[in-house]
Design a protein around this ligand. Sequence first.
Ligand code: ADP
Length: 319
Amino acid sequence: MKTKFEVKILNAITTNKLTKVYKDNKVVDEVSLTINKGDIYGLIGKNGAGKTTLLRMLTGVAKPTSGSFTIYDDELEMPHEEALKRIGSLIDFPSYDPSMTAYENMKFIALSLGIDNDDRLKKLLQCVSLDPEDKKKAKNFSLGMKQRLSIAMALVGNPKILILDEPVNGMDPTGIFEIRELLMDLNRKCGVTILISSHLLAELTKMATCYGIMSNGKLVREIRGEELNEMSRPFIKVVVDDIKKAVPILAQTFTNANDFQILPGNTIHIFKEDETISHIEDTFNMGGVKVTEVAKCDGNLEEQLISMLGGPKSHDEIF
Ligand code: ADP
C-alpha cells in the first residue's frame, strides 16, 4: 500500500515485453527496457534490428502486437493518449512540408497542437540556428537545415521526451556537431529525456548516458555509460588457437571476472593494468594454448560497442 512518504523512482519510459509482428516476422521481440528521466538513451543495432519499429510504437505510430509501455504515467497519472503528447519525435523523416518556410512549418505544428506563442516558435528556430524571417522554402534547405527544422518542430509541444531516429544521418561533421550541442543543451538545461537511435557509434558515445543494444528484434543488453567507460579501459588483446582450453586458464589466473572478456574469433581482452604481454604468453603456453596474436590496445568506447553488437560470447556458450 502506498504511503504519502513513499519515494518514487520515476522512469521516463518503460516497456514491458513490447512486441511487434509483421505477418510471421517478429520484428520487435518482447523488449523490456527502462529509460530514466534525464537520460540520453542510445538505441543501437544493425540494420533491420527493429529499432525504428520500436520507436514507432513508443510514439503511437505503430500499434504493438503485444506487451505494453508507460511514459511518465506514474507521475502524470494521465490517460495513455495524453502521456503520448509529452513526446516530441523525429522518426519518419521528413516531417516538414517542403512547400512551406521554416516558420510556416512551425506555425502549422503549433496550430495543430493548439499552441499560440509566436515568440516561442521564433526562439525555437533560432535555437536550431534557423532564421525565422527566412523566406526560403524547406525543399530548398540543406540536409542539415532540414534536420534542424524537424527537431525544432518536434520541440513545439514542449515535450519532456524527445525520440529521434537517426537524426544526423547524412550530415556533415559541422552539422552533426551542432545537433549534438543542441541535444545536450536540451537535456542538461531543460531536462528533456532523449531516446536516440544512431549507427554513428562514436558520435553517440559523446552524449549517451545509457545504451540499449538490439539484435534480431530483441534487446540483448542495456548498459549504463559509466559501465561502458569501465569496460573501455585500456586492455591487452590476445588471440589464441583454442578458446575452450584458454578459458579455464583465464579463470585460474584472473579471479575477478571483470578482468577479462571473451569475444568472437578466439579473442580475449584482458583489462589488468599491471599485466604484461610476456606473462600472458608464458601462462597460456604453459597450459598448452598457443597465442597467435597479442597486443596492448587503448580503451575505445566505440570499439566496445561494436564488439557488443557482434555479441561477446558468454562463458556458458564456451563450456
Ligand atoms: P532498424 O530500424 O533497426 O533498421 P526496422 O525496425 O526498420 O529496423 O525493421 C526491422 C524489420 O522489420 C525489418 O526486417 C523490416 O523489413 C521489417 N519491417 C519494418 N516495418 C515493416 C512493415 N511496415 N511491414 C513489414 N515489415 C516491416
